[in-house]
Design a protein around this ligand. Structure first.
Ligand SMILES: *Cc1c(COP(=O)(O)O)cnc(C)c1O
Length: 338
């Protein structure tokens, strides 16, 4: 089971997104272990390429990265300052008055940022809450003020303009760097760029960044092949029956490795080079069965993620999004970095 991760492609995607917002600093979102690809490798590679701003979801993720990045790298924690957290060397993005006062009491003089809610209603201070502490917050010199778009992957969605207007209104007169956009927002154009952009999924080759270079190849070893006769079943529940003599290969990975069970008989394929072999029957915990009748020779491994079947295509088959495919990739793969 080998997951091949092209760090140069991640760097190229970061540079391409940064080039779309030439007036802004480009951060790198490396939460959830860089979307499953390995933050301890991805973050230093992006630092070497020039990134100085990083975002993680949790302080614990920041703690892992802090010793791996030089002091001039800023590691921002999106969940903010939660009770009992060690934020030494990290910048919490404070999401509420409660977090603000906790942080200012426990870490006076230390770097912090502010998140405002502009309509997503997930994280960040609401307008009234912000109005109440704005003067005190600005006097303490936040590193930046940010908000997050709910519908940026739908360019025509009216929430984009509404959130942009709300963000402008809430930050008028704040002489502080501003940040609104993740990958989707960057692609909405210059109005959305402000001073700091926060790409995540686009770095890792996912939609909505259609111009992304592919980053991943997931190759699954073939354990065994067999001939089945017409009428024989394959896999749990006997959900697939051969309608003619077929050759079936069993590969060593399953839903325990993040190959979602919803990929069973979904149209998803395994690839031998350019040749597609359908997944047949159910995906089980550690094994997948595939119809390789069309191959002259069965190779030692078949690809599940490759340029012919990128993460978003696989996600469509599974009824999910590329983000979930990536962050589900399990711990049993040997991750090799190009
Ligand atoms: C995850 C996240 C990002 C990155 O989003 P992508 O869609 O992956 O580019 C940026 N900002 C916030 C607040 C996030 O939660």
């Amino acid at each position: 089971m080998s997951l091949q991760i092209d760090l140069q492609a991640i760097v190229a995607n970061w540079k391409a997104l940064a080039a779309k917002a030439p007036g802004a600093r480009a951060a790198a979102v490396v939460k959830a272990d860089a979307y499953g690809l390995g933050a301890t490798r991805v973050a230093p590679a992006l630092y070497d390429a020039g990134a100085r701003d990083f975002f993680v979801a949790l302080a614990s993720e920041g703690r892992i990265l802090r010793p791996l990045l030089p002091d001039d790298a800023r590691i921002n924690v999106l969940s903010g300052h939660m009770e009992g957290e060690d934020l030494t060397g990290l910048t919490p993005v404070l999401n509420s008055a409660e977090q603000f006062f906790r942080d200012r009491t426990m870490r006076p003089g230390k770097p912090f940022a502010i998140q405002l809610d502009t309509g997503m209603n997930r994280l960040g201070m609401e307008a009234a809450e912000w109005a109440g502490l704005r003067a005190e917050a600005l006097a303490a010199n936040p590193a930046f003020i940010m908000s997050h778009l709910a519908c940026a992957d739908e360019p025509d969605h009216p929430a984009n303009a509404a959130q942009l207007a709300a963000f402008r209104e809430m930050t008028t007169g704040c002489n502080v760097p501003l940040s609104l956009s993740a990958t989707g927002g960057i692609l909405l154009g210059p109005d959305f760029h402000f001073d700091l952009i926060r790409p995540g999924i686009g770095l890792y080759g996912g939609l909505p960044f259609t111009e992304a270079q592919p980053v991943l190849r997931l190759a699954l070893p073939v354990i065994q092949t067999r001939e089945v006769k017409a009428g024989e079943i394959v896999g749990y529940g006997g959900t697939w029956t051969a309608n003619a003599p077929r050759r079936i290969a069993t590969v060593a990975a399953g839903y325990a490795d993040g190959i979602l069970r919803s990929l069973s008989s979904s149209g998803a394929q395994l690839y031998a080079g350019e040749t597609a072999c359908p997944i047949v029957g159910r995906v089980s915990m550690d094994l997948i069965t595939t119809d390789v009748t069309g191959l002259a020779e069965v190779p030692p491994a078949l690809d599940l993620i490759c340029p012919a079947q990128p993460i978003d295509k696989l996600a469509d088959f599974a009824g999910t999004i590329g983000y979930e495919i990536l962050t589900s990739l399990g711990g049993r793969y040997t991750r090799t970095y190009l």
